[in-house]
Design a protein around this ligand. Structure first.
Ligand code: VGL
Length: 194
């Protein structure tokens, strides 16, 4: 029985000035750092994910085709390409507070952390099984996409799952609202603060 904080995709491209900026992203990055400074001891592991898309590839249709507009639901502007500054953690997130780094979205949508792999090549599902993680709190970006997908997969795997909404930022208010409803219906505990 171990408890983890999942820090989802707090990356430059999802914050102000990035390719797929979510309003409030940079502030959320700073608030997650403060939260961890105060609360890291409540967690056995802090696991952070990064979208890490393949360059010069549609990533299974995730990137809008050249010359066509993204719809911001299923297709997106090019973002978080592996080894670019847009894919780096936002500087407001203190990386020293992260124990395990997950990358996801190589040649794929990669919305969920469950599609990710750690620096040793272990898949996220294998990792949480080995570490006996049974409880996760989830923060990060975007509430309505990667946080949502990671939370829904967590409850589906019978993890006790909470999302702390004051430490998240979303793509659009309407889809954040429907994602919260969907997460609650699926059994996620959605709370404003921990
Ligand atoms: C995300 C949209 C597209 C996310 C990733 O990290 O939530 N959102 N790709």
């Amino acid at each position: 029985m171990a408890k983890a904080l999942l820090v989802i995709d707090v990356q430059n491209d999802f914050c102000e000035g990035g390719a797929l900026a979510c309003e409030g992203g940079a502030n959320v990055a700073a608030k997650i750092t403060s939260f961890l400074e105060n609360s890291k001891s409540n967690y056995d592991y802090v696991i952070a994910s990064r979208d890490w898309h393949t360059p010069a590839d549609s990533n299974d249709g995730h990137f809008a085709a050249a010359g066509s507009e993204p719809d911001y639901v299923n297709t997106w502007p090019v973002h978080c390409v592996a080894n670019t500054s847009g894919a780096e953690y936002h500087p407001n997130l203190d990386q020293r507070l992260i124990d395990i780094h997950i990358r996801k979205g190589q040649n794929a949508n990669g919305y969920s952390i469950f599609d990710g792999i750690d620096e040793n090549g272990e898949t996220y599902p294998e990792l949480i099984k080995r570490l006996k993680i049974s409880h996760v709190d989830i923060v990060g970006i975007a509430t309505d996409y990667c946080v949502r997908a990671s939370a829904l997969d967590s409850v589906a795997q019978n993890l006790t799952t909470r999302v702390i909404t004051s430490l998240t930022a979303g793509v659009s208010p309407a889809s954040v609202e429907s994602a919260i409803d969907e997460m609650v219906d699926a059994g996620v505990t959605v709370i404003p603060t921990a």
